[in-house]
Design a protein around this ligand. Structure first.
Ligand SMILES: [Zn+2]
Length: 417
C-alpha cells in the first residue's frame, strides 16, 4: 500500500472519529441541560421553548451522524474503491475531444453526488424542519429551486471549469497562478452580481416600507458613515420560519437585507441594534479580511494541486488509474476536506472574534440592551441551543454561545453581569 493511501486513511479515520466524538459531546451536554432553562434566560425563554431547541438540536446531530457515514462510504467508493476511475474509463470509451471529456467526467460526478445527497436534503426540509414547524416550502418551490440551481450551475459553473481545465492543460508551468486569477475574478463578479441578478431568482426583494423604521435605519447609516444601495426585505417566509439579516454585494451594489420573518418578531430598537451589529462587520473590515483569507487559501490550493497533478503517486494512491488534469482536480476537491478539517477551528475562532468586535461596534452605535433582547429572541425563534458543549462550540461555532456573547456585551457596556 502506498504511504499516501495510508496517510489519507489515517486522516479520514481521525476526522470521522473527532466528528462523532464532538457530536456525542454536544448531544450529552444538551440532554444534561434539557430539564431547566439556564438562569440568565428564565425571564425570556419558556421551558417549552428551551426543550424544543434541545430536541431540534439533537435531531440535527443524529441526522448529521447518518449523513457523515453516508458521505464517508461514498468518498471511499469514489477514491480507493475505484468509482472515479471507472467513471473516467467509461467516458474515455466515448472518445470525446480531451477538453469535452474532462468536462463530461466532472459534470457527471457533480450530478451523481447531488443525487446521492438528495435524500438528506429532502429529509432535512420535509421531515426535520417540518416536525419543528420551520418548513414553509412546498414541493413546487422546492423543485423549482433545484431546477434553478442546476441551471445556474450549468450557465456559470461549466464555463469556469472549462477555463480552469484549459489553463491546466495549456498554460504551462504557472497555470495555477492564471487559474487563481480567473477564480478571483469570477468570485468578485459573483459577489457583485449576486444581490442584483441571482438572489432575485429565488426571493422577492422589496424596499423596506415601514416609514418610522426606515428613518431610524437611515439615521443609523448616516451616523456610521455607511453608503448603501438600500435596505431590503426578502420573503424568507416563503421557505422557512428561520429569520436572519445580512449584507450582500460590494461597491454600489451593497445591500442590507432583512428576512420578513425577522422583522415580524423584532421591535424597532432591536432591528436597529441588529443592523448596527451587521454594520460593525463592515466597518471593522471583516468582510474584506475574510475575502482576502479565502483568496490566499485558494492560491495555496492551486499551487498544491499543480504539484500533486505532476506526481503519479497522487493518482495511484487514491485509486485512479489514468492521470489527467480533470481526475487531479476531482481527487483534490474530494479529498482535501479530510486534511483541512483539523484547521477549521482556527476559522471558527476568527469568526467568533469578529462577532465580538461587531457587538462592540453595535454597543457604541445603538442600544446594547436591545441587541441582547434581539439575540435572545433569535435564539428562541430559531430554536438554537443555549447550552452548547464548550469543545463542540470551540470547534464549529461561527458565533459565540449566547451566554458568553451577552456577558461580553454587558461587560463592554460596563454593566456587572
Ligand atoms: Zn455577526
Amino acid at each position: 500500500m502506498h504511504s499516501f493511501t495510508l496517510l489519507f486513511l489515517f486522516f479520514l479515520l481521525a476526522s470521522v472519529t473527532v466528528r462523532l466524538w464532538l457530536s456525542q459531546r454536544q448531544l450529552n451536554h444538551i440532554q444534561l441541560h434539557r430539564s431547566k432553562v439556564p438562569e440568565e434566560f428564565t425571564d425570556k425563554i419558556k421551558l417549552e421553548d428551551h426543550q424544543k431547541a434541545a430536541d431540534y438540536s439533537c435531531t440535527k446531530l443524529r441526522v448529521g451522524r447518518v449523513s457523515l457515514a453516508w458521505e464517508t462510504v461514498w468518498l471511499l467508493f469514489w477514491t480507493l474503491g475505484g468509482g472515479l476511475s471507472a467513471l473516467d474509463l467509461w467516458w474515455a470509451d466515448h472518445q470525446l475531444a480531451a477538453m469535452l471529456n474532462g468536462i463530461a467526467v466532472i459534470a457527471s460526478l457533480v450530478i451523481l453526488t447531488s443525487i446521492i445527497d438528495l435524500p438528506f436534503s429532502l429529509y432535512h426540509t420535509f421531515v426535520v424542519e417540518q416536525r419543528y414547524g420551520f418548513n414553509q416550502t412546498n414541493w413546487k418551490t422546492w423543485s423549482l429551486d433545484l431546477l434553478k440551481g442546476v441551471l445556474l450551475m450549468l450557465i456559470l459553473g461549466l464555463p469556469l471549469i472549462a477555463t480552469i481545465l484549459w489553463l491546466m492543460n495549456q498554460a504551462g508551468e504557472y497555470w495555477w497562478f492564471y487559474a487563481w486569477l480567473v477564480w478571483t475574478t469570477f468570485s468578485l463578479l459573483m459577489i457583485w452580481a449576486w444581490p442584483v441578478f441571482i438572489a432575485p431568482l429565488f426571493n422577492k426583494f422589496s424596499a423596506l416600507e415601514d416609514a418610522s423604521l426606515k428613518s431610524r435605519i437611515d439615521k443609523l447609516l448616516q451616523r456610521c458613515g455607511f453608503q448603501s444601495e438600500g435596505v431590503y426585505v426578502i420573503d424568507g417566509s416563503k421557505r422557512s420560519a428561520h429569520g436572519n439579516a445580512y449584507f450582500t454585494g460590494f461597491g454600489k451594489n451593497k445591500r442590507i437585507v432583512f428576512y420578513d420573518t425577522l422583522l415580524e418578531t423584532l421591535s424597532e430598537d432591536e432591528v436597529e441594534a441588529v443592523l448596527a451589529h451587521e454594520l460593525g462587520h463592515f466597518k471593522r473590515h471583516h468582510i474584506k479580511k475574510s475575502l482576502l483569507i479565502s483568496l490566499v487559501i485558494t492560491l495555496l490550493g492551486f499551487a498544491l494541486l499543480a504539484w500533486l497533478m505532476e506526481s503519479s503517486w497522487f493518482y495511484t494512491a487514491l485509486g485512479v488509474e489514468t492521470a489527467s488534469t480533470h481526475t487531479a482536480l476531482l481527487l483534490f476537491v474530494l479529498t482535501m476536506p479530510v486534511f483541512t478539517y483539523f484547521v477549521s477551528p482556527l476559522f471558527s475562532a476568527l469568526s467568533r472574534k469578529h462577532e465580538f468586535e461587531a457587538d462592540e461596534f453595535a454597543k457604541s452605535n445603538s442600544d446594547y440592551r436591545a441587541l441582547i433582547s434581539a439575540l435572545v429572541n433569535m435564539y428562541r425563534d430559531n430554536a438554537s441551543t443555549l447550552t452548547p458543549d464548550p469543545v463542540h462550540s470551540m470547534f464549529y461555532d461561527s458565533h459565540p454561545p449566547a451566554s458568553i456573547r451577552i456577558d461580553h456585551l454587558k461587560s463592554v457596556a460596563g454593566e456587572a453581569s
